[in-house]
Every structure is written in structure tokens, then in C-alpha cells.
Ligand binder design. Structure first.
Ligand code: LLP
Length: 437
């Protein structure tokens, strides 16, 4: 996919860069991002909306992969940005991302985060609950400024995906429930508030979704809710945000559709549902994360030890694992991989790829066919661009890997590898203790 291919040395090449050279130069584990592929995804979403006739914003859900370089790229592509924390907001602002195109999500924003966002003059908050609704109105009043908001509602749609990453069903920690009438009450409260400017509503029905059906059902319910809201309080939305969640291919059997497919299905449904109810067509916003960066990322590891249990299994260990990719341990997520320095060799055995953490669950891939792996080989795991670096951690005090963007034969370091000094940087020894060497 993207700009990856096997070069004349039988090595995996991405963005015109030989991955074995990248591994040698930047060390491993290493996250490699195909910049052209990220940009082409951004453009596909934007272009699909351009031809739809809708006013729109495509907001990249930065939680999938948030670094200053990524924020910069997103800005260059003309997208908006969804942030969910002070840290993501800070990253975007440090990268010079235009604040008015930032939307602030989250189910428990602190007063400090809200203040930081208002000081920066971000575009809007996506309000999650009644507590936050009052908090924002109070802060707006103190500051004598109107706070622009969308309300996140839960339309009661369960997208076909892993349970841990479904967020649209009724029993969810996110959003105002539609079925019980909470969403309607929230709209009324926000619309009547002197200190809130209610732009519209938002819903996000899940993640790694392949079919458009879930979106269509949700859009029907959202239109129904807005119809009721207009009747009850006269509110007519300017914006409808239908969230993200568009799936990507991790392994064989995954059947994602291209960005155009989701945009066309969504715009068609909104046009129909709103026209039927004689509601004016809103500005449409979406929030793709994974589908922008997921398959543009590849993680390079160095293979080290192996262990064979006769007649049972062969474990091949790499120099990373759940610290740089938590998804297999957390969601039983599946990945494909190849030996980057021997791409033309036939597969010769089935092995399981183990991480190096002190935890049995730290397995990256179960049962994958590969050429016989030797210590020193480079293992390339594909489609790690979303929620890989983003959920990386320092378990076992393992430093986070570096991140490079590759493009037309050039590699650009965009996140430096953490050092052991970084690992102890925030540690303090109790006062009076002595370090003897
Ligand atoms: N908008 C909202 C409100 C969200 O909660 C999410 C994801 C997105 C947009 C972007 O969804 P995407 O297009 O990336 O699917 N850590 C999990 C995924 C958690 C998704 C949380 N919310 C994983 O690694 O699969």
C-alpha cells in the first residue's frame, strides 16, 4: 500500500527509503510514517466533501497520533483538529495550528484545560455531560464571553466492532443519551443559556467500522432529535458532527472502504433525513483518526532471541512490544508483518512474535508465517500508525521509540527516541539520600 515496495536488494522500502537503512540510522524500534499516504487520505476526505455540495470540516482526531509534525501536516492539508486533552491542545498550539479550527472533546475537561482552550480562542468545545454544560456556562459568564459548543449525544447505535471501542450505545460514559430524553433536555439548556453558543450536535458511534449502516441509523436518530428540538425550543443547528471511526485494513479479511464511500453515504443520508423533516442542511463535520494515519505507519523492530517449544510453538522476540503497541494486549488486535531485509524469501515457518516486556500478554502477533527469522533481522509490522505511538508507554522503563516521516527518499526525524536520562528525568530521590557509584 502507499509508497511501499520491495527494492532491488530485496528490502522493504517506504517513501523511497530502505527500511533497513532507516533502522540502522535511527535505531529500533522505529515508527516510520509514509507522509504521502497520510496526505492522500486527508485529500480523499476533503475532496469527497468538496463534490458533495455540503459546507464541511474534516477534523483529524489527533488522539490517533498527535505530534507537532503531524499537527503541522494536518494544517497544511487544510483539516481541522479534534483534541481531547490539554496535552493534545498544547501540542497543536506549539505546532502553530490555527486555534479556531480546534475542537475540544473529552468527558472530563478540567477548569485548567477549559481556560487554556478559551485563552487560545479555540473553535468549540464538544460538551459531554450536564456537569460540563453548567461549568462552561459559568466560566463563560465569569469571562464575559460566549462559549461555542456542540453537544455530544449517544444515539444508541452499536457499531460492529470490538466492545472496548464501541462508544455509541446507550450505556456509555460518553455523551447525552438520546433515548431517555437527556439529549433533548441538554439541547434546550444549552440553547437557552446566555453564555453558550450552541452550534449543533455531535455523535461518534465507534471505531474501526467498515459498513456505513451504523452511520445511517445514527443520522436518522440525530435528525429525529433535531426535529424534536426545533419543535420544543426553536433550535436549528448550524453544525452536525458525525464523528469518526472509519475502518482500515490490518489483516486479511478486513474490508475497509475508501474515504469517498463513507463521505458519500453520510452526505446522502443527511440530505435525505434533513430534507424529509424540512430541516435546513447543516454544515457537516467528521473526525477521522485511524483512517488518516493507520496504514501510513509501520513499526520496525530488531529480532533478538527465539524459543521453540517442540511440537507446540516457536516464539520470536523483538526489541519492543506492548510499550510501543498496546493494541494486541488491550484489544487482541491483529497485525501482519514481514522481515524487511529478506522480502523476497519464501515463508518457511509459523512463529509467534513476542514483545520484550515482563508480561505473558506481551505478544504482538500470534501464528504468522515468515522466512526463518535470525537475530539481527528487521521485522516490519504494518498499519501501526494509529494508536501505536499514541498509546505508547514506559512499562519496564523502556524508552519510547523515535518517529520518522519518509517522503520521496528523504527521512525526517519528527520525534526523538527517548533516552534513559528521559526515563529518570522526573524522578526525585528523597531529600538527604546519597547516590554512591
Ligand atoms: N471522534 C471521537 C469522539 C472519538 O472518540 C474517536 C475515537 C474518534 C473521533 C476517532 O476515531 P477513529 O477514526 O480513529 O476510529 N484506542 C483505540 C481506539 C479508540 C478510539 C477512541 N475514540 C484503538 O486503538 O483501536
Amino acid at each position: 500500500h502507499g509508497t511501499s515496495r520491495v527494492n532491488e536488494h530485496g528490502h522493504l522500502e517506504i517513501g523511497g527509503c530502505d527500511t533497513t537503512q532507516l533502522a540502522a540510522e535511527y535505531g529500533t524500534p522505529l515508527y516510520v510514517y509514509d507522509e504521502a499516504l497520510i496526505r492522500s487520505k486527508c485529500r480523499a476526505f476533503v475532496n469527497a466533501f468538496r463534490t458533495s455540495g455540503f459546507s464541511f470540516q474534516v477534523a483529524y482526531a489527533s488522539k490517533a497520533f498527535c505530534t507537532m509534525a503531524m499537527c503541522k501536516l494536518v494544517e497544511e492539508e487544510g483539516l481541522s483538529l479534534d483534541v481531547v486533552s490539554g496535552g493534545e491542545l498544547y501540542t497543536a498550539l506549539q505546532a502553530g495550528f490555527p486555534a479556531e479550527r480546534i475542537h475540544f472533546h473529552g468527558n472530563n475537561k478540567s477548569v485548567e484545560e477549559i481556560t487554556m482552550a478559551l485563552d487560545a480562542k479555540i473553535g468549540c468545545f464538544v460538551v459531554d455531560n450536564f456537569y460540563e454544560l453548567s461549568l462552561l456556562a459559568d466560566i463563560g459568564e465569569q469571562r464575559m464571553e460566549k462559549v461555542a459548543v456542540l453537544l455530544r449525544v449517544t444515539p444508541g447505535v452499536e457499531a460492529h466492532t470490538h466492545e472496548y471501542i464501541s462508544t455509541g450505545q446507550q450505556d456509555s460514559k460518553f455523551g447525552f443519551d438520546v433515548m431517555s430524553g437527556q439529549a433533548l433536555a441538554a439541547i434546550q439548556q444549552a440553547y437557552e443559556s446566555n453564555w453558550l453558543h450552541l452550534l449543533g450536535i455531535h455523535s461518534h458511534i465507534g471505531s474501526q467500522i467498515f459498513e456505513a449502516d451504523g452511520f445511517l441509523i445514527a443520522i436518522g436518530r440525530l435528525a429525529g432529535l433535531l426535529d424534536e428540538a426545533r419543535e420544543k425550543s426553536g433550535f436549528v443547528p448550524q453544525v452536525l458532527n458525525v464523528g469518526g471511526g472509519f475502518g482500515i485494513r490490518y489483516v486479511e479479511g478486513d474490508t475497509p472502504m475508501p474515504p469517498e464511500y463513507y463521505v458519500e453515504a453520510i452526505t446522502k443520508a443527511v440530505r435525505e433525513e434533513f430534507t424529509t423533516r424540512q430541516l435546513p442542511l447543516p454544515e457537516l463535520w467528521i473526525e477521522p483518526g485511524r483512517s488518516i494515519v493507520g496504514d501510513a505507519g509501520t513499526t520496525l523492530y530488531q529480532i533478538g532471541s527465539h524459543k521453540e517449544i517442540p511440537q507446540l510453538r516457536k516464539y520470536v522476540a523483538v526489541n519492543g512490544g506492548m510499550t510501543d503497541n498496546l493494541r494486541p494486549a488491550l484489544y487482541q488486535a491483529q497485525y501482519e508483518a514481514a522481515i524487511a531485509n529478506r522480502m523476497n524469501e519464501q515463508n518457511a515457518e509459523t512463529v509467534s512474535i513476542a514483545g520484550k516486556c515482563c508480561e505473558s500478554g506481551d505478544m504482538l502477533i500470534h501464528d504468522i508465517a515468515l522466512p526463518v527469522a535470525k537475530a539481527g533481522d528487521i521485522l516490519a509490522v504494518s498499519s501501526t500508525g494509529a494508536y501505536g505511538y499514541a498509546m505508547s508507554n514506559n512499562y519496564n522503563r523502556i524508552p519510547r521509540p523515535a518517529v520518522v516521516f519518509v517522503h520521496e527518499g528523504n527521512a525526517e526525524l519528527v520525534v526523538k527516541r527517548e533516552t534513559y536520562a528521559d526515563i529518570v528525568n522526573h524522578d526525585l530521590l528523597p531529600a538527604g539520600s546519597k547516590v554512591t557509584k
